[in-house]
Design a protein around this ligand. Structure first.
Ligand SMILES: [Zn+2]
Length: 332
């Protein structure tokens, strides 16, 4: 359990989001449901925990949980009966309908320790229809003792009926320079910049990246360039791609194509996804045809959608490699 008082020292970029929560606490008007939204790896869960801790803490002083009262001790031991995090056993996956129903059924009992109860539900943007309906019913008939803190990476994917019943709190990405500076306290300094690039600026994601992922990304990007300059055989390259995760590969491809298209449309210094590729991106952009790049981008987005289903991955990788190769010849 995160001791709340360390929140802004540990994660300084949460100041803006915390100030909204601080106001609810100070006014004594904590909403029945909050939707905390922001990109992955920005500390939404840490924020929710600190907020829940302050709400359940019985000390009357301080902006954060005291860390010493009985409630705080129970929270620290993760045994507070009125604090629930409804997480899927599979990291990053949505919670199953039955679990949502069980939790909601348990809410018919009174809070056991205090007057308040806090329920944190991650990834509400991924709840299936049935789980979302169960949650909605609870939000429609608020029980004044319970505060739901719903977390989402894509608030637009949360059903509007749920969204409209929540107060929204946005967690935003800090400026890249600030993320890099923060990251240097946690990872080897020379890796900081690259980690921020790969994590698209999300600090906790950047910190948690495995160093081998940085190497894999560089291999993947190099292989795209080899294909687009006609220096590699697409079937051989697709074979080598098998060792990488398909999601990772497709996401790298999309970011690389978007960079090339951006530089093609407006040459010159641009903010790109992969700034570490430097001038080789601009050189390549100048050689490739825009239409060919869009064609591969379409394919890559199609592959991204297909990955959530039963895609034939080998075939998909070969198609992508051949499409990259065709950009070298200027084919449509
Ligand atoms: Zn306390």
């Amino acid at each position: 359990m995160l001791p709340g008082s360390d929140l802004l020292t540990a994660f300084p970029w949460l100041e803006g989001a915390w100030s909204a929560l601080r106001t609810y606490l100070a006014d004594g008007r904590v909403p029945h449901a909050l939707l905390v939204h922001g990109p992955a790896g920005t500390g939404k869960m840490e924020l929710a925990r600190a907020f829940a801790a302050r709400r359940l803490c019985t000390s009357e002083r301080g902006e954060f949980a005291c860390g010493e009262c009985g409630a705080c001790r129970l929270l620290e031991a993760e045994t507070h009966p009125d604090f629930m995090i409804v997480e899927s056993p599979e990291p990053g996956k949505a919670v199953k309908t039955d679990l949502v129903r069980d939790i909601i059924a348990s809410l018919s009992l009174r809070p056991q320790y205090a007057h308040n109860r806090m329920v944190v539900l991650p990834r509400v943007d991924r709840l299936n229809r049935y789980a979302a309906n169960s949650l909605l019913k609870t939000l429609e008939e608020p029980d004044l003792q319970t505060c739901f803190v719903l977390l989402a990476e894509q608030p637009g994917a949360v059903p509007p009926t749920i969204r409209s019943r929540c107060q929204r709190v946005a967690v935003t990405l800090p400026p890249r320079a600030a993320t890099e500076a923060w990251l240097r306290n946690h990872v080897p300094s020379e890796e900081a910049q690259l980690r921020v690039i790969v994590a698209r600026g999300a600090p906790l994601l950047a910190r948690s990246l495995d160093s081998s992922r940085l190497v894999a990304r560089r291999d993947i990007l190099t292989s795209f360039e080899a294909l687009a300059t006609g220096a590699a055989d697409p079937i051989q390259v697709a074979g080598r791609w098998e060792k990488f995760g398909s999601e990772e590969l497709v996401s790298c491809l999309i970011s690389w194509l978007e960079d090339l298209i951006r530089l093609k449309i407006a040459p010159g210094p641009r903010a790109v996804h992969n700034p570490d590729l430097g001038s080789s991106l601009s050189t390549l952009a100048a050689r490739l045809k825009l239409r060919a790049l869009y064609r591969v981008l379409d394919l890559a987005f199609g592959a991204k959608r297909a990955l959530s289903g039963q895609a034939n991955r080998t075939l998909m990788l070969e198609e992508l490699a051949i499409a990259c190769c065709r950009t070298a010849r200027g084919d449509r």
